[in-house]
Design a protein around this ligand. Structure first.
Ligand code: 13P
Length: 286
């Protein structure tokens, strides 16, 4: 089964300048639907779990779902723990078999963040796993992690020093992006991505993908954003597909749960496939 280290997926995407969708799933249905989209589109994909999802489903059951839904899969896939400030959860996921983790110590002073990220990278390496790092929190609360206050950005030399000293595999800068729903088109500092990549060629994670325009995706991916995070779009398509189906079921007074699951799976699969097409990863499976 081609469950591969995250680095294999993002390094190739970075070299060839396409983006790989990194989609936060919330249960077995959404995990399977996103994987099915990758298979249908012959695309690599990164499945992300928030700490909230790990806690609500439980580490063992969530990983069993991953193992079963990826058994025999024929496209490259990777399991990633999204924004995690808790070192115990990081260790538990690495021990269990997650392929990578985002150690989110962005609320700590950079020096302390850097010191701990070095430890997390060493720990991940002992499992053949990878690490995404960040030094500025991404605006917006996602699954109970983060803040709606825009964080200060660090200087380019501080960011480069952090990347080099820690040996992280993916870097997530704040560039005006935010988690959740944008109320107007976000103003993004694309040049910051180019400046970082010019100094230190490293795949960049683009957070807050939901609601960005095609032109923004194309531009940022060309500059080095190889991992493109999508969470809110899945939540919206999942909830709205449920709502639409249940409204129609009430109208018809017809109650068949498997039909509900089929309808919701289709909506989530189409949402994921649409992002893969927009990011240029269709047909890039190896
Ligand atoms: P959105 O919720 O805006 O899609 O952002 C996802 C994300 O960045 C997850 O870390």
């Amino acid at each position: 089964m081609p469950v591969v280290p995250l680095k294999e997926i993002v390094d190739r995407a970075f070299a060839e300048r396409y983006g790989v969708a990194a989609i936060n799933v919330v249960n077995d249905l959404t995990m399977e639907a996103v994987l099915a989209a990758a298979v249908r589109e012959r695309s690599p994909v990164i499945i992300q779990t928030s700490v909230k999802t790990v806690r609500s489903i439980g580490l063992d059951l969530l990983f069993a779902m991953w193992r079963e839904t990826t058994a025999g899969i024929e496209v490259p896939v990777s399991l990633h723990l999204d924004h995690c400030p808790d070192r115990d959860v990081i260790s538990a996921c690495l021990r269990k078999g997650w392929n990578s983790v985002l150690f989110d110590a962005s609320s700590l002073p950079v020096a302390e963040n850097q010191r701990q990220t070095i430890e997390v990278v060493a720990e991940a390496r002992s499992y053949g796993a990878n690490v995404e790092g960040e030094i500025e929190s991404i605006t917006g609360v996602e699954d109970d992690v983060g803040s709606d206050e825009a964080a200060d950005t660090q200087s380019l030399p501080v960011a480069i020093e952090f990347i080099r000293a820690t040996g992280i595999d993916v870097f997530a800068p704040a560039i005006g992006n935010a988690h959740g729903v944008y109320h107007s088109e976000p103003k993004l500092d694309a040049q910051r991505v180019s400046d970082i990549v010019a100094e230190q060629p490293i795949p960049i994670a683009l957070h807050g993908g939901t609601g960005m325009t095609d032109a923004q995706f194309t531009d940022l991916i060309a500059r080095g954003c190889a991992k493109v995070n999508i969470s809110t779009a899945l939540k919206v398509s999942y909830m709205k597909a449920n709502l639409d189906f249940l409204r129609a079921a009430e109208e018809r007074n017809s109650w068949d749960p498997p039909s509900l699951f089929t309808a919701v799976r289709g909506a989530v699969l189409d949402m994921a496939a649409d992002h893969m097409r927009r990011f240029g990863s269709v047909g890039k499976a190896w």
